[in-house]
Design a protein around this ligand. Structure first.
Ligand code: PXG
Length: 442
């Protein structure tokens, strides 16, 4: 006999929600029932404009017919195939399409199921690559303050968001961090890439001098830091990082989980900034967020370093049960087709001026201390309430939801990253609502 009451279908108690204020949520739940295009519909029938592409992932908008159909067809045809020592055609096709989309010089794809798994995979590839070349003294990994690389142990070790790290013990050893690039005194209200801060990349030289560069395996950064509240790389910063990595034989990893798949107006940030990393970490927009999937993309030199030894032996002892899952592969292929059919991977570049004008029109509203933008990303930083950091932005989030717009907040920063199908009328709706929210905020 059960020692607890029978299940009540919509009881909110049992679900421990991720990255959520559980108690606040359960007192006043925000539940979506359906979604189409740019809008969600709540369980009580209200339409909510998606200002965040879900969580930076629904780049083609919701319920896209090709993606829905591809998933339905695939699940009927081949629901699962073992990922190890076996294959199925779609995942090979997907790998080819992905490397075609990636910058020239990136030729191989390794599949995962999330951004966090892609990060772990990339870090492991970096370490194992050096070892495979006989350079196993390179064991250090360098991340950046305020960086977000998912929630697994490697990712939080190289990451730099304090609440995501402080509860979890010693993490990986041999990790150091670059300084973040947020310089509000010089760069507040920048449109696009800020002018000041390229010199912060030179801190990598200091870290190299401290540890000796021959001990450093890789540097991992988000080309545009998202989760921390949108930090856009200063002009010249990423180029400088690339130069220093080249000088010392260090791999450069771009975590493109949010910048990948058109967010900046190019397929990837690497193309947008014209800086070629050695390894690219992707997820989210790869399947339009519909089915979990990530991919790590690498240069041929890295892949080839593993392809030695007897041919019957496994070259890289890593992978997931669901790496390249057939249904996820079908979803990804249909997503890439949708992006292509509708030229979505360059649409952010076309809309950038309209987007930036609307976003920067919020300057001067109460509590707004910075506004920043790039591609179809926007951030509005609010003055925190004294003694109650994050409270003001969280109130803005709840109020915007009540008024029919989904936004994201981290700390006291509002982050916006709409589906790439957004139209100027939606931009007006989003910023009109936000202006009303900000005017009425305590
Ligand atoms: N790297 C980066 C750069 C990310 O932004 C991850 C890794 C981890 O991905 P998974 O799929 O394991 O969650 C992310 C995830 C936000 C927000 O509002 C951002 C993420 C996730 C949820 C919310 O900024 N990024």
């Amino acid at each position: 006999m059960l020692d607890r009451p029978a299940v009540t279908p919509n009881d909110l108690r049992a679900f421990w929600m991720p990255f959520t204020a559980n108690r606040q949520f359960k007192q006043a739940p925000r539940l979506f029932a359906s979604a189409d295009g740019m809008y969600y519909t709540t369980v009580d029938g209200r339409k909510v404009l998606d200002g965040t592409a879900g969580l930076w992932c629904v780049n083609a908008g919701h319920k896209r017919p090709k993606i829905v159909k591809a998933i339905q067809d695939q699940v009927e045809e081949l629901d699962y195939a073992p990922a190890f020592q076996m294959g199925h055609p779609r995942v090979f096709e997907l790998a080819n399409r992905l490397v075609d989309l990636a910058p020239e010089g990136i030729d191989y794809a390794f599949f995962t199921n999330s951004g966090s798994e892609s990060v772990e995979t990339a870090l492991k590839i970096a370490l194992a690559y050096h070892r495979a070349r006989g350079d196993g003294a390179r064991f250090r990994l360098i991340g950046r303050e305020r960086g977000y690389h998912g929630v697994n142990f490697g990712g939080i070790s190289v990451g730099g968001i304090v609440p995501n790290r402080k509860m979890f013990g010693t993490l990986l050893t041999g990790v150091d961090h670059l300084p973040h690039t947020h310089l509000p005194a010089q760069n507040a209200f920048s449109r696009g890439q800020p002018e000041h801060g390229a010199h912060l990349a030179d801190e990598l030289e200091r870290i190299c001098a401290l540890h000796d560069p021959s001990t450093i395996a890789a540097v991992i950064v988000e080309p545009v830091a998202g989760s921390t509240g949108v930090l856009i790389p200063p002009k010249g910063y990423l180029q400088r990082l690339r130069e220093i990595c080249d000088k010392h034989g260090i791999l450069l990893i771009f975590d493109e989980v949010i910048t990948g798949f058109g967010r900046l107006g190019s397929p990837f940030a690497a193309q947008h900034f014209d800086v070629l990393p050695d390894i690219m970490v992707t997820a989210k927009g790869l399947t339009n967020g519909v089915i979990p999937m990530g991919a790590v993309l690498v240069k041929p030199e890295i892949h080839d370093a593993f392809m030695t030894g007897p041919e019957h032996l496994i070259e890289f002892f890593h992978g997931y049960t669901y790496s390249g899952n057939p249904v996820a592969s079908a979803a990804a292929l249909a997503t890439l087709e949708t992006y292509k059919d509708e030229s979505l991977l360059t649409r952010a570049a076309e809309l950038e001026t309209v987007w930036a004008d609307a976003l920067h029109s919020l300057k001067g509203l109460p509590h707004v201390i910075d506004v920043r933008n790039i591609g179809l990303i926007g951030a509005i930083e609010l003055e925190p309430i004294a003694g109650a950091p994050t409270k003001r932005a969280f109130s803005a989030f709840v109020e915007a939801f009540e008024r029919g717009c989904l936004i994201r907040t981290t700390g006291d920063i509002i982050a916006l990253s709409p589906p790439l199908i957004i139209e100027p009328a939606h931009i007006e709706e989003l910023f009109g609502t936000l202006a009303d929210v900000l005017k009425n905020l305590d």
